[in-house]
Design a protein around this ligand. Structure first.
Ligand code: C2E
Ligand code: CA
Ligand code: CA
Length: 640
């Protein structure tokens, strides 16, 4: 042992000190696992330093004496042995397992440390764990008992990692397991071949942990230096699992885009930094998170009764100006919402949903004010969540249906096309209107996958029912702006058509005015790609938004579909009737084809034909029907 090469230990000390410097240089992460990591680091450092000291003492036995050396050797053994305990403790904290609450685990940990102390203390006399004679270090039978404890601890680690794998992210576990395996190999090497590399290996585990798990840099937001959204999940998950009551105040900046536009992004960032710093410095001492661009969450887990007063204090602050670095004063407004958990929401997801919903509600109705979530009617949000589940279930089970509503061509006297309309029938909620579920699917992004499913069904319908052999030349498919905002949407669209041998002329896309007003470069690119591919476009719900005619001229529309409410109004009021007649005249003059939606009566059919609509769609002809029924409908003579 006296001739051990200590280079590995020196390297370990160097790296451990480096990790400690990094650790203390970063923001303190308020999680028990973070503190447990520090314990592990200190344990590893103590173990390495003791190994160096012991080796040094072994080399200078004459001066330090055998007893002092043997005592140091015992301490060194203790330090390295308990690393398995501190490591396992850390892993349990990562999995959000509170060992203080679990009696068995609590006992196991205490017993493991006590066993180490007893065995090693008695070893001073009994020499039953290890001996050091004539410069040779030998392990003895009691050591096997201590190795068994290490094995139990490592088993607990592995079982925890597998059982609670949801709490660890896969990528973080993989390097950990890799380095752990090396640790076991090194322990064996140290025992058998006396190569003192175990401490260095433990250090490399600490390094891996720091990099993947404990590095506060990955959980803080660069602009405000506050915690980011990713960490919010982990933090709240740990508070929820501790069943500790806590409150959250959402501070949502109003019209922050305006600030950015007026003062520039750099000053905008600085103002956000100041808001974050202010929230962190409040007397209520909560943990601050920055969510998205202009929203903060302040999580408070002490003195919850103070919550409304803290909110009031923040609101007052927003009545005062904020100052930019060059001294300009800026007034900012923020809408505040607060929630108490688990009273108002008992899981992370429901808390986020409730607070999100409340913030958007507050921004609309109580800008700059304070809203307590418990005072709001959350039935709409709950219904939205139920619908969201119904959509997911229907998509998973492939139960979304597509119905077809025929469109009558005045000129040809036949149904020359049809609109594909999605239908959803849920076991418990019954039929849900697309007007209710499409906006929800758009909000949570499900519309992207749903849109692809609908298009595939339409293509299969065209192919399987040989639509080209009927009077129906194309199917109108509604495309949401969210779909068009996806890069590569056009490519996917083409692929689905090609997979089903459907020609571009057999599909016509319906988009609303809102899709193209202020549209991004991606939307424009997608539209252009589809136009190049040979797809034609219809402008849906014309008249309901604020599209001006100049804008219609710049878009590649073949058809203009007049909104059914505009049509209905024209039969209710004379003025609306005149407006519609002129609108139709103008569209005709621009050589655009016009579709009238919502044609419900013979009177409407006759009038709309007379004023110059080219196509008619509505219940007068047929509601949207399932595919089989639609084919049968084509076989019957049209009522006109
Ligand atoms: P929209 O695109 O304006 O579709 C026309 C709506 O008017 C359909 O409602 C249709 O059933 C209804 N309708 C047609 N003729 C009449 C009539 O004579 N009287 C009455 N009272 N209603 C009539 P639906 O199917 O409930 O769809 C509502 C909206 O949901 C659609 O409005 C569209 O914006 C959206 N939507 C439906 N299917 C899809 C889809 O596959 N994808 C997307 N992105 N949106 C869809
Ligand atoms: Ca439509
Ligand atoms: Ca429409």
């Amino acid at each position: 042992m006296a001739n051990w090469n200590l280079s590995f230990d020196y390297a370990a000390v160097f790296f451990l000190l480096l990790i400690l410097v990094w650790f203390f240089n970063e923001k303190m992460v308020p999680l028990r696992s973070h503190r447990a990591f520090l314990v592990l680091l200190i344990n590893a450092l103590a173990s390495t330093v003791l190994e160096i000291v012991t080796t040094w003492m072994g080399r200078n036995m004459d001066t330090v004496g055998y007893n002092a050396f043997f005592f140091a050797l015992t301490l060194s053994n203790f330090a390295i042995n308990v690393t398995s305990v501190t490591f396992t403790f850390y892993i349990l904290q990562l999995a959000h397992i509170d060992i203080l609450k679990n009696k068995l685990q609590h006992f196991l940990f205490r017993a493991a440390i006590a066993a180490n102390i007893v065995v090693l203390a008695l070893n001073l006399r009994l020499h039953w764990a290890f001996t050091f004679e004539d410069g040779v270090y030998r392990i003895s039978y009691a050591s096997l008992f201590l190795y068994a404890i290490d094995a139990v601890m490592l088993t607990i680690c592995v079982v925890t990692m597998i059982r609670f794998r949801k709490n660890f992210q896969f990528l973080r576990v993989l390097p950990l397991i890799f380095t752990l395996v090396f640790c076991v190999i090194m322990a064996l090497l140290q025992l058998i071949a006396y190569i003192p590399m175990l401490n260095l290996m433990i250090t490399s585990v600490c390094m891996t942990l720091f990099h993947y798990q404990q590095n506060a840099g990955t959980v803080t937001d660069m602009v405000t230096k506050q915690f980011n959204r990713r960490f919010l999940r982990e933090y709240l998950y740990s508070i929820f699992s501790e069943k500790k009551p806590f409150g959250v105040i959402a501070v949502a900046m109003d019209d922050f885009k305006f600030i950015n536009r007026t003062y520039g992004a750099e000053i905008g960032d600085d103002l956000l930094f100041q808001v974050g710093k202010y929230l962190g410095g409040l007397r209520a001492s909560g943990t601050v998170f920055r969510l998205g661009s202009d929203q903060f969450y302040l999580v408070i887990d002490k003195r919850l009764s103070q919550l409304p007063f803290v909110a009031e204090e923040i609101r007052e602050r927003f009545h005062q100006p904020w100052f930019t670095q060059n001294g300009t004063s800026v007034m900012m407004s923020a809408s505040l919402c607060y929630i108490e958990c688990p009273k108002d929401a008992d899981s992370y997801d429901s808390m986020i949903d409730t607070l999100d919903y409340s913030v958007s509600f507050a921004k609309k109705t109580k800008k700059g004010g304070i809203t307590y979530v418990g005072d709001l009617d959350l039935s709409k949000l709950r219904q939205e969540k139920r619908i969201e589940k119904a959509i997911q279930l229907a998509m998973d089970r492939d139960e979304l249906m597509v119905y077809y509503q025929p469109i009558f061509s005045v000129e040809q006297g036949v149904y020359n096309s049809a609109e594909a309309l999605v239908r959803l029938n849920d076991e418990t909620l019954g039929w849900i209107s697309p007007e209710d579920f499409i906006p929800i699917a758009e909000k949570n992004g499900m519309i992207v996958e749903m849109g692809e499913m609908i298009l595939s069904k339409v293509c299969r319908f065209i192919r399987d029912f040989r639509l080209s052999d009927t009077t129906v030349q194309y199917i109108e498919v509604n495309i949401s702006p969210v779909q068009l905002r996806q890069p590569g949407f056009a490519g996917k669209f083409k692929q689905i058509l090609e997979d089903n041998n459907v020609k571009p002329q057999q599909i016509n896309i319906e988009i609303t005015e809102m899709t193209t007003i202020n549209s991004s470069a991606i939307v424009q690119q997608n539209i252009q790609d589809l136009v190049d591919f040979g797809i034609t476009f219809s402008l849906d719900d014309y008249g309901s938004g604020n599209a001006n005619i100049d804008y219609i001229n710049h878009m590649p529309f073949k058809l203009i579909k007049i909104d059914k409410y505009i049509i209905w109004d024209s039969f209710k009021s004379r003025k609306a009737g005149i407006t519609l007649a002129y609108t139709i005249g103008m569209l005709n003059a621009l050589e655009l084809c016009i579709v009238a939606e919502g044609v419900e009566t013979e009177e409407m059919r006759e009038h709309l034909t007379k004023v110059g609509c080219h196509y008619l769609q509505g219940w007068y002809y047929s509601k949207a029907v399932p595919d089989q029924e639609f084919i049968q409908l084509l076989r019957r003579p049209v009522a006109h």
